[in-house]
Design a protein around this ligand. Structure first.
Ligand code: AR6
Length: 177
């Protein structure tokens, strides 16, 4: 587990399953339909139960780079923030801005809902094919910048599913301003 002080807040990295995190909000790596899928999305819907899909059906989908919030159903978290990351097409099609926007919009929603603790997975780093080192740098820089101006969010956790991705996020957090 890594720990990084950012202003009055802290960023924590852990390896594990985000559905088990006891935080105010966990972030989902969703798709524009918001109606479920594989990867972390599938795990969240399985662990949270049907209340999440029921809430998602009322949201009319979500644009890439944006996020929407629902109940977390049966999971320990209070909310799920469904963020839609970009599919990676080489990096020259707006992917970095869209990925940054996912983290920014998720944190804005968390703040608006009064969340103090938020957990993120490695959005876009699975099926969507984003190179992990680049995605980790964007995630680290965006979250750090947000926390510097919003100390109301006390802790952001990056919950990474395997050792290689965990190592990239650790590196990015050490090297990013
Ligand atoms: N906890 C934490 N991280 C996880 C978990 C988990 N339980 N399960 C997988 N990961 P992906 P994407 C990691 O593919 O690339 C879905 O079908 C995984 O190892 O879930 O944004 C959606 O519906 C990887 O590092 O999301 C979309 O259609 C990271 O989470 C599409 O996939 C993200 O991988 C989104 O693709």
């Amino acid at each position: 587990m890594g720990k990084y002080a950012v202003g009055q807040s802290v960023i924590v990295t852990t390896e594990g399953d985000i559905t088990r995190e006891s935080v105010d909000a966990i972030v989902n790596a969703a798709n524009t339909s918001l109606l479920g899928g594989g990867g972390v999305d599938g795990a969240i819907h399985r662990a949270g139960g049907p209340a999440i899909l029921e809430a998602c059906r009322k949201l009319n989908g979500c644009a890439t780079g944006d996020a929407k919030i629902t109940t977390a159903g049966n999971m320990p978290a209070k909310y799920v923030i469904h963020a839609v990351g970009p599919i990676y097409h080489g990096g020259n099609q707006g992917e970095p801005d869209m990925l940054e926007s996912c983290f920014q919009r998720s944190l804005e929603l968390a703040l608006a809902q009064g969340c103090k603790t938020v957990a993120f997975p490695a959005i876009s780093c699975g099926v969507y094919g984003y190179p992990v080192a680049e995605a980790a740098r964007i995630a680290a820089a965006t979250v750090k910048r947000f926390l510097m101006s919003h100390p109301e969010i006390e802790e952001v956790r990056f919950v990474l599913f395997n050792t290689a991705i965990y190592a990239e996020f650790e590196k990015a957090l050490r090297e990013t301003e």
